[in-house]
Ligand binder design. Structure first.
Ligand code: KG4
Ligand code: ZN
Length: 366
């Protein structure tokens, strides 16, 4: 985890106008290239001035999943025009940046390398500090960025249990204070988004099918078919979704007619979605109650799911918990969360990352 072991203002680069402090103005360019979205954003004093994403979803759809070589090529092609456009939208010249940040890990190795090296090179050219950001740590704080235009609301920060659910990860994290967190659990096999996408594929939907399944499930009966709720009643905070996907596969093998009937198809989507959502909601709220925190947050692509948002809201209200859901456009991978986290680290006096630091594809959230 960044922030606890490097929390030392004296280590801050001399290139900084001054070290940390709430009153100082700071403008940060962030880059995100950990998977299949090239993101670039500029954040000034908590205000997101520009946040652009060049999505590769349609490119990878033809292959039924993210192809790392293609993702890398697209990041290489996109990052510079995107950075120019982001600065233009923010109305800034590169020289007005105080610091530069990029996702350092975890993620696809070569994809990460593009944003990391680009960020380090910009920082070198401008003689500014550079921050290598943990992708999941950035997701952790994205629910605190709200409004139009978006603004980071850290004055309202409180300890929370954070659910991060995406195509690659399903994590439950106890966020005790800004920069201090503890991993409670994760998936032992497939991520929740992966389960959505694989079930969608079984239904013949294009990759990534999570959002399409969400739409198809609308109006369906979530109790029509009974699918397993893996690890729901086990006391730990881990998840498992591959068994659920397998049971849908066997169900469709035995009942292929379901796919030809629009009503049953909708019921199937609603039933699978209900199983995934129930496990995520139940385990998140249970962890929050056990730890005695008053707040739950959620982020990552699957947090766009409308049933997840609705059920988390209901369960948190019933349990007397405040809920902060990342706004849909900030649920997906983006660079605003990268730049916002870098600003918070800068203000806390966290040491910058060396300009020759390597990418960390398997960087664990401590
Ligand atoms: O965070 P993200 O953009 O990328 C990473 O995987 O890191 O998340 C993408 C995932 C995909 O699995 C996608 O199918 C899923 O989020 N997703 C959804 C919805 N929107 C996106 N899953 C269920 N319901 C949705 N509405
Ligand atoms: Zn992500």
């Amino acid at each position: 985890m960044m922030g606890t072991d490097t929390n030392c203002a004296s280590k801050i680069s001399l290139a900084l106008p001054a070290a940390g402090g709430a009153a100082l103005s700071v403008t940060i360019l962030g880059l995100e290239t950990s998977c299949d979205e090239t993101g670039c954003a500029v954040v000034r004093n908590g205000q997101v001035l520009a946040n652009l994403v060049a999505s590769q979803v349609t490119l990878h759809a033809d292959y039924g999943g993210v192809v790392p070589e293609l993702a890398t090529r697209e990041h290489l092609r996109n990052w510079l025009p995107l950075a120019r456009q982001t600065l233009a939208e923010a109305g800034l010249a590169p020289g007005e940046l105080t610091a530069v940040a990029a996702t350092q890990g975890p993620g696809l190795p070569n994809a990460l390398l593009v944003g990391l090296r680009a960020g380090q090179a910009i920082a070198f050219a401008l003689d500014r500090p550079f921050y290598g950001i943990h992708h999941h740590e950035a997701h952790l704080y994205s629910p605190w960025i709200t409004g139009h235009p978006p603004r980071a609301e850290f004055d309202r920060f409180e300890p929370n249990v954070a659910l991060i659910v995406s195509g690659g990860h399903t994590l439950l994290v106890s966020v005790e204070a800004e920069g201090r967190h503890r991993l409670l659990g994760g998936t032992v096999d497939d991520a929740a988004g992966e389960c959505f996408d694989k079930v969608a594929k079984l239904l013949g939907l294009p990759y990534p099918g999570g959002a399409l399944l969400d739409r198809l499930a609308e109006g369906g009966n979530p109790t029509a078919f009974d699918f397993p709720r893996p690890m729901l009643s086990e006391a730990h905070d881990d998840f498992s979704f591959s068994g659920l996907k397998t049971s849908v596969r066997y169900f469709l093998r035995d009942h292929p007619e379901v796919l030809d009937d629009p009503v049953q198809r909708r019921d199937l989507c609603a039933s699978v979605q209900a199983a995934i959502v129930e496990v995520l909601v139940m385990k998140t709220v249970r962890a929050a109650r056990r730890l005695g925190v008053k707040c739950v947050t959620a982020s990552g692509g699957v947090t766009c799911n409308r049933e997840l948002r609705r059920h988390l809201a209901g369960a948190c209200t019933a349990a007397g918990l405040r809920l902060r859901l990342a706004e849909p456009r900030l649920c997906m991978d983006n660079a605003a969360m990268v730049a916002v986290l870098a600003e918070r680290q800068w203000r806390r006096g966290v040491a910058p990352t060396p300009l020759d630091a390597e990418m960390r594809p398997r960087w664990e959230l401590a």
